[in-house]
Design a protein around this ligand. Structure first.
Ligand code: GRF
Length: 245
């Protein structure tokens, strides 16, 4: 399987994913890094790791739907099977999400369903919570709402500041996210309604009625573009190359 990581900024989670991938801990190919922001530091991390990058900046398009349509065209061309959001600061349109059903995962720096949105850590801290945490979840058409894959909690200590809490949360993210991605790549996540079960073996090798079914690797199901979508004109301005600092 081939996957793309979508970013908008620093890319510290991307770095953790790159490191796990390079160590052979993720059994899928990190084929592409996509950014919504041409100045994202994460692009430099990807380039340093020799991973192909693309930028789809909303300001280059007339509307959100065009951004997503252009991204889908390129992701399908790159034969991307699943998508990992790592600090991607755009809300994907239903059009995009339908093209990768249950094949987009996200990390959120709070214990969902609390503190959805762009400021999960700050919102947890200023609310006065005694526990903070991290959630890895599938992406559905509502923001920060899809089935939960993993969560890890941490106590907020009296001496914690927003800065120390942020540092602790990111540390957890960098440990947990590559593990969740590895499980997805190994087809060990079974989703039924909102429940995600972590399997010991890939789904198609799970015992059924006391017997093991023979392993049968079906190609992942994604929805290809229709002919009309494939040929619809896309309004895009050429993008200047990134200049390394
Ligand atoms: C992370 O805290 C992640 O949970 C959230 O955005 C932040 C991205 O940080 N979705 P980075 O770009 O990976 O450093």
């Amino acid at each position: 399987m081939r996957f793309a990581v979508l970013i908008s900024g620093n890319g510290s989670n991307l770095q953790a994913i790159i490191d796990a991938f390079k160590k052979g801990n993720i059994n899928a190919e990190l084929a592409l890094v996509v950014s919504s922001n041409s100045k994202a530091y994460g692009l430099k991390r990807a380039e340093a790791a020799g991973i192909k990058t693309m930028v789809f900046s909303p300001k280059d398009y007339t509307n959100t739907q065009s951004v997503d349509r252009d991204m889908i065209i390129h992701l399908k061309q790159e034969k991307i099977d699943f998508i990992v959001l790592a600090g991607y600061m755009r809300v994907l349109t239903p059009f995009f999400i339908k093209k990768y059903p249950k094949k987009i995962i996200n990390i959120h720096p709070a214990l969902l369903p609390s503190f959805k949105g762009a400021n999960g850590i700050k919102d947890t801290f200023t609310y006065g919570c005694k526990i903070a945490g991290v959630t890895v979840h599938f992406v559905n058409e509502k923001v920060d709402n899809g089935p939960i894959i993993m969560q890890e909690a941490i106590k907020i200590k009296a001496e914690d500041t927003l800065d120390t809490l942020e540092e602790k949360i990111h540390k957890i993210e960098h440990r947990v996210y590559p593990k969740a991605i590895a499980l997805f790549a190994e087809e060990k996540l079974k989703v039924k309604a909102r429940q995600v079960t972590i399997l010991d073996k890939p789904a198609d090798e799970e015992p059924k009625q006391g017997k093991y079914r023979p392993a049968k690797r079906n190609p992942p199901k994604t929805h290809p573009l229709t002919v009309a979508e494939e040929h619809a004109p896309v309004v895009i301005k050429p993008h200047p190359p990134m200049v390394a600092e």
